[in-house]
Design a protein around this ligand. Structure first.
Ligand code: TRP
Ligand code: ZN
Length: 875
């Protein structure tokens, strides 16, 4: 039996591996319901190891060991021990060849980690610790090896046999079988290993790198879906050009492969030369994928490609350093998206996600620094903190250094560490050495959990023509203050930026300035300020903090209309809307009417009036803050009151501007063939935001318009916008549209996911009953992560129904966590995270949530994945 209470792994316990493995030679034989893996490892003692007499300990899970030999001599039973997690050999020479034969059934692997079956064949997922489910190995990223792989399988069922690197030989064998041999010229950690044996269709194109090297690009998809692979190929080429132009980084391979698979735990995986993707981030056709899907494909294809340098050429020493590759690669994909689409809109979306997922994580039981100090199950640490907050930390370094010095820092990082497994400190050191900028205060961000609060108060001295800003920071856990880059501007009464001159500066320099907040409290005095300004603080969201800017509603309305920084124009509107909704919550609770200030409504009118200047940006400004973000602002969250107050605000705006929304809906129609570019997508997004407002009125006119739109729509963006509106409406159009949609799309899995999700996230009262009946739908399958997420994770993310006061939402999700845990612990553990914020609710809800959490904890055979999440939530 495996330990039911596994111990935490600690960063401070890191020691170099006792052995190194220079080369790996795998022979993989695929038969009916069985894979046999023969490995030959070139092992030697690590000269850097602490103790030269340590036993050889190999990781291995879910494996049946057939035989093990050292230098060609089979080991006798007394010479090794095997348990659930390890193969131990007490006496090992200084250097030797280890051969092992293992067996297992990939078709029985529902965890989707290691080597597993999906509809069209067999696939691998090794990050973080899946390689140990394929063969015995020292499965940690600081053990880097050269891999050779030979795959054997039936020709008919598995026409494509792929692995990392280059195909060096292939042939036929008896029984209608064939084989292929692959060699990866680059040493790599085991988590980047990949192989595929499958029946797939192939799209391939050539690419010439900037320095003139030729490469073959391949995208493999489910048979019959080649017409949905083109955009991913296009995105790959764009990303390759971008990395050449912006970072001077070229593809280092002759062949770069992407394989799409319908059963996948995460978004995608950057295996060297053989990326494996969730179909969700590859397949797209105008009638099957929304603009947002296209955007996601572009971003994720780029993300995985960018890992080839940030992650693969330079990798992580240990899993505590995960943000070294993830934070940096997310920063790179964010910059890519900002360059390819609208920078302002991309930033707004990234910050909205950060606030909706990372801020709550950092305030809850799973809070951890971007470089965690400990973990029980590493799969639980692929988090918004490590990824998105990690990217914010890189962005702060970028802001502090500036573009050119940052690029020099990247160049130095590769010069020093190419081919190595390194730490976050190695990265910041390269940045500091290349730029001369002191990063000591910035580095503290790596070891602190929680979202810092920044408070700013401005005082204008008319006589002295000076504006003094007093800024403070707190994280509520002691320790030295952080270095926080605070980008500020001063907006004059005429709405124009005032040139910034700090006392002591020779002259004014620009209208946005990055203040270095390094102390717990600091003052900044601006001179030559000719009129009382409104400070525009944290422009572009220059640091991942919660800001209390001390501004009045009138100040915010001024910024909402005039700020030259688009992010802060958007932000001022969000802060105002939040104030109105939270005041509405209090009013509703006191049985009083909710007030909506005219100044705010008029500012919304100005957004509508000037929407054609940047429709995508206008759509962002029209979107009210998410319920999850609003809940975070309350001492005790009241999901029903938040939902109601938000709904009323939306309806009031809709009623006030009904004709304008109808006008925008007609005016921003996109003609001509579909394209997911920023311009066309921006028009659709404003048009569909307008439809959303009209449906907030939900009368027969609005419903008829929406149903007509549903039937007229020729692309999935418009179709889904209409369907989602109807799914939230009690009218008869709802069931008609849902029925038509399913009939039309029942054979297209990713579209069926949308159908499930629209119902699972509906605002309508009986949503939980509907969700329960969806579980019995023939197309529902708990084993498919995309389908489980479309129903269960989607439902658990709803504010009103998951947090229903009677506890039914909690009980339902708890049962599903337990059911899912028996199939796929990683997916179950993600679902369990829905309970993270349970202590933010009232006593009645807390009692129900505690009961639900305890019922999960007492389930038999609980995985360490779910165990850690639930244990932390209750602990
Ligand atoms: N490295 C992957 C990425 O960021 C993440 C990933 C894909 C992953 N599959 C996984 C992490 C499975 C853990 C488990 O692109
Ligand atoms: Zn990544």
């Amino acid at each position: 039996m495996r330990d039911p209470n596994p111990k935490a792994v600690l960063l401070r316990d890191y020691t170099p591996p006792a052995f190194l493995i220079d080369s790996v030679d795998l022979d993989v034989d695929v038969r009916e319901k069985q894979a046999t893996i023969r490995s030959r490892l070139a092992v030697r003692r690590n000269p850097a190891a602490k103790d030269a007499a340590q036993p050889l300990v190999l990781d291995g899970r879910h494996l049946e060991l057939v035989s093990v030999a050292i230098d060609g001599r089979a080991l006798a039973p007394g010479e090794y021990t095997v348990d659930e997690d390890h193969l131990r050999i007490a006496e090992a020479p200084a250097a030797f060849t280890l051969e092992a034969v293992v067996r297992f059934d990939p078709w029985a692997n529902t965890r989707l980690e290691g080597f597993y079956a999906s509809k069209d064949g067999l696939f691998t997922q090794c990050e973080a610790q899946g390689f140990r489910c394929i063969t015995y190995f020292i499965d940690r990223p600081d053990v880097m090896s050269r891999y050779t792989v030979t795959l054997h399988a039936g020709r008919e069922r598995f026409p494509h046999l792929l692995a990392n690197g280059n195909q060096v030989a292939k042939g036929e064998e008896d029984g209608e079988r064939h084989w292929a041999k692959w060699e990866d010229p680059f040493p790599k950690p085991s988590y980047l290993f990949a192989m595929v044996a499958a029946k797939l269709d192939l799209l391939e194109e050539g690419f010439v790198t900037r320095s003139g090297r030729k490469a073959l690009l391949q995208v493999y998809v489910e048979p019959g879906k080649i017409d949905q692979a083109g955009f991913a190929m296009h995105a790959l080429k764009k990303a390759m050009r971008w990395d050449e132009a912006v970072f001077g980084l070229e593809l280092d391979l002759e062949r770069f492969m992407i394989v799409a698979v319908g059963d996948f735990n995460m978004g995608a995986m950057e295996n060297k030369g053989l990326n494996i993707f969730n179909t969700k981030y590859i397949l797209a056709r105008p009638d099957t994928a929304t603009d947002y899907d296209y955007y996601g494909i572009d971003k994720v294809v780029a993300h995985e490609y960018f890992h080839n340098w940030t992650g693969n050429r330079v990798t992580c020493r240990d899993w505590f350093q995960l943000t070294l590759k993830e934070g940096l690669t997310v920063f790179r994909d964010q910059e890519y998206s900002a360059d390819e689409y609208s920078r302002a809109v991309a930033r707004i979306q990234d910050v909205r996600d950060l606030r909706a997922y990372q801020f709550p994580e950092d305030a809850g039981p799973m809070a951890h620094p971007v470089r965690p100090d400990s973990y029980v199950e590493i799969n639980n640490f692929y988090t918004a903190t490590v990824y998105e907050k990690g990217a914010e930390v890189i962005r702060m370094i970028y802001t502090l250094l500036g573009r050119e010095p940052f690029r020099k820092g990247m160049d130095l990082y590769f010069e020093r560490h190419d081919g190595q497994a390194v730490t976050c400190d190695d990265f910041t050191q390269a940045m500091q050495d290349a730029s001369g900028v002191d990063l000591s205060g910035l580095r503290r961000w790596y070891s602190r959990a929680g979202t810092p609060r920044v408070t700013a108060r401005g005082v204008y001295d008319e006589a002295a023509q000076a504006f003094t800003l007093t800024v403070g920071q707190s994280l509520g856990q002691g320790g030295e203050p952080l270095h926080i880059p605070l980008a500020v501007g001063l907006v004059g009464p005429d709405g124009v930026d005032i040139p910034l001159r700090l006392e002591g500066d020779a002259a004014a320099s620009g209208t946005t300035r990055v203040l270095d907040l390094r102390e717990a409290e600091q003052q900044f005095r601006f001179v030559e300020v000719t009129a009382r300004p409104v400070p525009s603080l944290l422009r572009g969201f220059s640091a991942p903090v919660v800001l209390d800017g001390g501004l009045t509603d009138a100040d915010l309305t001024h910024l909402m209309t005039h700020d030259s920084d688009p992010f802060n124009r958007w932000e001022a509107g969000q802060v105002l809307a939040t104030r109105i909704i939270l005041a509405g919550v209090e009013a509703l609770k006191a049985g009083k009417p909710m007030e909506v200030p005219t100044a705010y409504v008029e500012a919304v009118g100005r957004i509508l009036a000037s929407a054609s200047r940047d429709p995508a940006f206008a759509a962002e400004c029209l979107a009210l803050p998410d319920e999850a973000i609003l809940a975070e602002q309350m001492e005790v969250a009241d999901p029903d009151a938040i939902h109601e107050a938000r709904r009323r605000l939306k309806r009031e705006i809709a009623e006030r501007y009904r004709t304008r929304f109808e006008g925008a809906f007609r005016h921003f129609t996109v003609t001509g063939p579909y394209s997911p570019d920023a311009n066309a997508a921006g028009r659709r997004s404003l048009r569909n935001a307008s439809l959303g407002y009209l449906m907030a009125i939900d009368d027969s006119t609005a419903r008829a318009l929406t149903f007509l739109e549903y039937r007229r729509a020729e692309n999935m963006t418009d179709t889904m916008a209409a369907l989602e509106c109807l799914a939230n409406s009690a009218g008869a159009e709802r069931e008609r549209a849902l029925g038509m949609f399913y009939e039309k799309w029942k054979d297209e899995a990713l579209v069926v996911d949308k159908w499930f999700r629209a119902q699972a996230t509906s605002d309508l009262p009986k949503t939980l009953d509907r969700v329960k009946s969806l579980l019995a739908h023939p197309a529902f399958d708990l084993r498919n992560p995309n389908r489980a997420r479309a129903v269960l994770h989607a439902f658990a993310g709803t504010a009103v129904h998951f947090h229903a006061a009677d506890g039914e939402g909690y009980r339902f999700v708890a049962e599903q966590v337990v059911a899912l845990d028996r199939i796929n612990p990683q997916i179950a553990s993600r679902l369990a995270r829905a309970f993270d914020r349970w202590k933010k609710y009232d006593a009645g809800r807390q009692a129900h949530a505690r009961g639900a959490l305890e019922s999960i904890r007492s389930a038999e055979g609980l995985s360490s994945d779910v165990g850690e999440v639930v244990g932390r939530a209750l602990g």
